[in-house]
Design a protein around this ligand. Structure first.
Ligand SMILES: [Zn+2]
Length: 264
């Protein structure tokens, strides 16, 4: 499933193909909002947490949120699409290439000038945990903003769900949620009220560090061996040897992997 690092990688693939190119065709059967026009220039491709945005010279921003299922692909002219045509949610055709988004549940446009206002669909989002802030002080400031945003939440919310809440910070999905809780020895189902400020800070800081480490090529790793707990149901815990458990709980039935023995 896409986490913030996946979206940033997708943006890095799209950028050389779309940046500065002229839009030759635009398809988006379920688009909410106005359509960019053929002939407009594509100004930029931006990843913000789990959101990917494409800015057009006509003043529109295309916003896609991948949730669990969506993905962007670059396809050279004449090549087959990697997924079935009925899964296409958006296709941007430029000279020689198409950028195709499949299965994303959110495809919408808004005026680029509305960024940061109430019409901006991502104005409520917490800081992007994938971004390099340039210094340890700036990193700490971003983490502190995320921790302060937790204070507005229901104190009974399980900490695992808090980490997924994009109003707190942007970029953590089920993989990092599960693995970061394991790394910090925190029960992902413990209510927010039981997690002290120092632990909240460590959870966010570790998530941000891992999201950025995984921007490079190669398989996603959260520990030297690969993933700490995600996808390791019944395998021995890398810390205590107890079998890793998997559960889907909560309103959104999010998948959680954890060690019930050493995450307390
Ligand atoms: Zn364990």
């Amino acid at each position: 499933m896409p986490e913030g690092d996946t979206i940033h990688r997708a943006a890095a693939r799209l950028r050389p193909v779309l940046g500065g190119a002229t839009l030759l065709r635009f398809e988006a059967p379920r688009l909410a909002g106005p359509r960019p026009r053929v002939g407009e220039r594509i100004d930029s491709v931006v990843a913000i947490g789990k959101h990917l945005q494409v800015n057009f010279s006509g003043g529109l921003t295309l916003e896609t949120h991948m949730r669990m299922t969506g993905s962007w692909h670059v396809v050279a002219q004449g090549q087959r699409w990697p997924k079935a045509p009925h899964l296409m949610r958006c296709a941007l055709v430029v000279e020689g290439y198409q950028a195709v988004c499949f299965s994303a549940p959110v495809i919408r446009t808004f005026p680029t000038a509305a960024r940061g206002t109430a019409s901006d669909p991502i104005v409520h989002l917490g800081p992007d945990l994938v971004l390099d802030n340039g210094s340890a002080e700036a990193d700490a400031a971003v983490v502190a903003v995320c921790v302060s945003r937790m204070r507005g939440l229901d104190p009974g919310t399980p900490i695992g769900e808090v980490l997924l809440d994009q109003r707190v910070g942007n970029g953590i999905g089920n993989v990092y949620k599960s693995d970061v809780c394991w790394i910090e020895g925190v029960d992902p189902f413990a209510p927010l009220s039981q997690i002290d400020e120092a632990t909240r800070t460590r959870l966010i800081a570790t998530a941000s560090r891992l999201l950025r480490v995984n921007l490079g090529p190669g398989r996603r790793r959260t520990v030297a061996e690969g993933l700490a707990v995600y996808g390791r149901r019944n395998a021995p815990c890398r810390r205590c040897g107890a079998p890793i458990r998997k559960d889907t709980r909560g309103e959104l039935a999010r998948i959680t992997y954890w060690c019930a023995n050493c995450q307390t």
